[in-house]
Design a protein around this ligand. Structure first.
Ligand code: FAD
Length: 374
């Protein structure tokens, strides 16, 4: 890429990734930024996310480190934005009730500690000191990952967009991007249902739709379908006093692990299985079952009711790892497609800005280029 002085940059998609990139770009002068969003900001995967910011289950080491760096960057981003981004500190606590799972947890904690991740095994007493309202039943092993947080993505996106606008960028919602015009292996204009936008650089931050849009200019972005469900509840009194996120073991062999967090408005978000687990059951019955299980562990949830939520689709590259960077075939098209986008948003926003404005190849992104699929 050549110098980007006074470049027109179009970002497609206003989820956590598109807005973080937009904000970081907007802090640099000499870029004119337009964000195009087909619905309302944050209405894609970001709305359906469990939004646990962590590097706990991230392998291999390089990918763990990428997530860890980004986790640490959330605090600086919060200071810069100087507004409510719905950040919940307090760490993550989990426990197991079977012997096999206890061994796995102990091994994982040991490995994470050797990688310098601030986590440790804790006793049942320590669990109850952290969360006095918990009824954990049998505990074969428990751990606490002190650095983990969760984010209210709608608040983050709103605050990010306010600052991005203040910095002179334009956010155009309810505008569907339908195609591009191409000249000399570069996108010249971005075509929407309403009009065309001339551009020097286009960033595809449109989540699961990235593959379909990139195909319009002949670029293949391999993606898998990854449906997941995180249910909501009506508000209840504060059930987690200290930790931000809990992971609880299944109550019986038919159930999966449970994860739970509480928002400032008192509502809960509850999911099951792993962070990447496939789930298509958006029924009231499923939502009721998840909440009933959560109540067994936290009776204080009381009369809160379960609200089923539609299936959320994770932006999930074929091998599960991010796809970040310019494409070779269309030289001014930049891809930012990833799962764990809530964890990675601060790092991706800042590093994509370095790549685009300062014309460098960030080493940290080396394993995550599109070319690995060729
Ligand atoms: C069930 C579930 C649980 C998750 N749990 C976690 C977790 O605990 N921790 C974590 O870090 N991550 C988690 N994730 C992943 C994380 O939510 C995503 O990686 C992240 O939200 C991706 O953000 P994004 O901005 O790339 O995509 P999105 O939020 O999907 O935003 C893309 C935007 O592009 C817009 N768009 C699409 N096509 C067009 C078009 N043609 N024209 C204009 N606009 C368009 C969409 O409307 C959308 O608003 C989870 C995801 C799901 C679904």
């Amino acid at each position: 890429m050549t110098s980007t002085k006074s470049k027109d940059i179009v970002i497609i998609g206003a989820g956590v990734i598109g807005t973080s990139i937009a904000y970081h770009l907007s802090r640099r002068t000499d870029c004119n930024i337009i964000i195009l969003e087909r619905n309302t900001p944050g209405s894609g995967a970001s709305e359906h996310s469990f939004a646990w910011v962590n590097a706990f289950g991230k392998d291999p080491r390089d990918y763990h480190t990428l997530n860890r760096r980004s986790l640490d960057m959330w605090y600086r981003l919060e200071q810069q934005l100087d507004g409510d981004i719905g950040i919940h500190l307090g760490g993550e606590m989990r426990w197991e009730c079977s012997k096999e799972r206890a061994v796995q947890l102990q091994l994982r904690i040991h490995q994470l500690q050797t990688w310098g991740y601030p986590c440790r095994l804790i006793s049942r007493n320590e669990m109850l000191e952290l969360e006095p309202d918990l009824c954990p039943r049998d505990v074969t092993a428990a751990s606490y990952s002190e650095a983990d947080i969760h984010i209210e993505t709608d608040k983050f996106i709103d605050t990010c967009l306010i600052k991005t606008r203040e910095n002179g960028s334009e956010i155009i919602t309810e505008t569907n991007v339908t195609g591009f015009t191409i000249r000399n292996e570069n996108i010249k204009t971005v075509i929407t249902t309403n009009t065309e936008y001339p551009c020097d650089i286009v960033i595809l931050a449109c989540g699961v739709e990235t593959t379909q849009l990139a195909l319009k200019v002949g670029v293949n972005i391999p993606q898998q379908r990854s449906p997941g469900i995180v249910i909501k509840t009506t508000p209840c009194s504060k059930v987690l006093q200290n930790v931000a996120v809990i992971h609880a073991p299944p109550m019986n062999n038919e159930l999966q692990h449970l994860h739970l967090r509480q928002l400032v408005d008192g509502t809960l978000r509850i999911g099951q299985g792993t962070q990447e687990g496939i789930n298509r059951d958006d029924s009231q019955h499923h939502a009721d079952t998840l909440l009933a299980n959560a109540k067994e562990y936290i009776p204080k949830i009381g009369n809160a009711r379960a609200i089923p939520t539609p299936i959320g689709y994770r932006p999930m590259p074929l091998d599960g790892y991010p796809i970040i960077g310019f494409t070779k075939a269309i030289q001014n098209m930049y891809i930012a497609l990833m799962h764990s986008g809530v964890t990675l948003a601060p790092l991706v926003g800042e590093m994509v800005t370095l790549e685009i404005v300062d014309d460098v190849d960030v080493d940290w992104f080396k394993p995550y280029r599109l070319e690995r699929f060729v």
